[in-house]
Write a protein that binds this ligand. Structure first.
Ligand SMILES: Nc1ncnc2c1ncn2[C@@H]1O[C@H](COP(=O)(O)OP(=O)(O)O)[C@@H](O)[C@H]1O
Ligand SMILES: [Mg+2]
Length: 303
């Protein structure tokens, strides 16, 4: 407000011909305790009105424009930050998995020849520190998915199998029984095969995380089939399932029930499938575990 007064003084004293400024203030509204800040854009100039000197003011409430401006600026930053972060994460991840593998080996070897408690303790600390870094990197990579979708004629079963092949070893090691029931008469459809693979990978990761603390009856099944010009993919597990009261939240960005979760996985999956003109839903059938259903129209999108 001080600035406004100063400018006004300069205008009427003739030091300035014209004022053009933006300022913000908290309007004191009667009977209201709302403290909503307003942005105003103000121009003023000296004129002669009926032969007398006068000030012509023009005040415009630009609060909404300013707010939108801010949102856009933040979004812009997020996008570039995401790109940089993804690059760094990628660079760090490879040497880090090397370190983890060597640490594991070292732990085994020292266990055989050296029983000193101290060495074992240091090794465990190293290992937990490096695991922590790995999980942070995983979260960053989860968050920054490539934004451009590239559609081409795709066999959805191929994308499913790519994801399955990438995860099968890890799943077997965790004692998870994995099965597929893929229809052999799926038509090809316009889709981004990498994105679909990403979605399946995410759903498999969630399924296996939901069974982490179980010691038996760990199952994941993926099926695909065609119905009414839609391709359906179902990813079903026998994990702890999803309680009724959080079913509406799980697709929200950053919603997670895990200690080291990012809560971004399902949100990304949802966005990807929506980009394909399809839907990703949680099955409502009463059953043990969780079942996610993807529906992709084979000629639904006009691309
Ligand atoms: N297969 C599943 N079984 C049980 N809960 C699940 C499953 N998939 C997702 N969820 C729930 O949805 C939440 C959000 O998942 P997601 O967006 O992938 O984030 P994150 O895996 O990082 O927690 C999880 O924290 C979990 O509570
Ligand atoms: Mg997840």
């Amino acid at each position: 407000m001080e600035k406004v007064k100063q400018n006004y003084q300069m205008l009427i004293s003739g030091k300035k011909q014209y004022i053009d400024m933006a300022f913000r203030f908290y309007p004191a509204e009667k009977n209201s305790d709302s403290l909503e800040m307003k942005w105003f854009h103000c121009t003023a100039s000296m004129i002669y009105y009926h032969g007398e000197k006068a000030t012509l003011f023009n005040l415009m409430d630009v609060t909404i424009t300013k707010e939108l401006d801010n949102i856009l600026r933040v979004q812009d930053k997020m996008v570039s930050l995401g790109r940089v972060a993804a690059g760094i994460a990628h660079e760090i991840r490879n040497p880090l998995s090397g370190i983890n593998i060597y640490l594991n080996t070292l732990k085994k070897i020292t266990g055989q020849y050296d029983n000193s408690e101290k060495t074992a303790k240091i090794l465990s600390q190293l290992q937990s520190a490096s695991n922590k870094i790995e999980s942070v990197i995983k979260r960053v990579m989860d968050f920054s998915r490539p934004t451009e979708t590239k559609f081409s004629l795709t066999d959805i079963n191929d994308s499913i199998m790519e994801a399955v092949n990438l995860t099968s070893v890890t799943l077997r090691k965790s004692g998870i029984q994995f099965s597929t029931a893929l229809s052999d008469n799926l038509p090809k459809c316009m889709a981004d095969s990498h994105m679909i693979e990403q979605v399946i990978l995410n759903l498999i990761a969630n399924a296996s995380e939901a069974m982490q603390n179980m010691d038996k009856d760990k199952r994941i099944n993926i099926s695909s089939f065609l119905e009414n010009n839609n391709i359906y993919i179902k990813v079903k597990d026998s994990g702890h399932g999803i309680p009724q009261d959080i079913r509406n939240d799980i697709f929200e960005p950053f919603y997670t029930t895990k200690n080291s979760g990012s809560g971004i996985g399902l949100n990304i999956c949802h966005r990807i499938i929506t980009d394909h003109g399809g839907t990703l839903e949680l099955s409502s059938a009463e059953q043990k575990g969780a079942e996610f259903i993807i529906k992709i129209p084979i000629n639904g999108q006009n691309r």
